[in-house]
Design a protein around this ligand. Structure first.
Ligand SMILES: [Zn+2]
Length: 113
C-alpha cells in the first residue's frame, strides 16, 4: 500500500526531527497535503494510525491541511482551481497550465515535548 509507505516516511522524518531537538515525544504534527499529491486521504489517515504506534508520535495530535490545487494559465494568466494535472484553462481552453500548488505532501510543523 502506497499510503503506508508515505505514512512511515512521515513518521521517520518527524522522529528524526524530534531527536535532533532532544525531544522524547511529539505532541503535534501538522501536515500539508495537496489535492494533486496522489494520496488517498482516508487511506493515509488509516496508515498513519498504524504507523505511529510505539513511536514518538504515539500520542501526537495530527492536524491535516488539505490544499486545493491551483494553476495559472501560461497563455492568458488566469488563475483557477485544477482537479487534475491535465485540466485546461477555463477561460481560453489552453493546456499550458502551470501548477502553482497542490502537489505538496509535507510536514508543516512539529511540536515536541
Ligand atoms: Zn487561459
Amino acid at each position: 500500500m502506497h499510503e503506508l509507505a508515505i505514512a512511515q516516511s512521515i513518521v521517520q522524518l518527524a522522529e528524526q526531527n524530534a531527536r535532533e531537538n532532544q525531544a522524547q515525544e511529539i505532541e503535534e504534527l501538522e501536515l500539508e497535503i495537496g489535492s494533486l499529491a496522489g494520496v488517498e486521504i482516508a487511506s493515509l489517515e488509516f496508515a498513519l494510525q498504524c504507523a505511529v504506534k510505539d513511536t514518538m508520535l504515539n500520542n501526537a495530535r495530527i492536524i491535516r491541511h488539505d490544499i486545493r490545487a491551483e494553476g495559472r494559465c501560461g497563455d492568458c494568466e488566469t488563475r483557477f482551481f485544477v482537479d487534475t494535472l491535465f485540466s485546461p484553462c477555463p477561460r481560453c481552453g489552453s493546456y499550458a497550465v502551470n501548477i502553482l500548488h497542490g502537489k505538496e505532501l509535507r510536514i508543516k510543523s512539529i511540536i515536541v515535548k
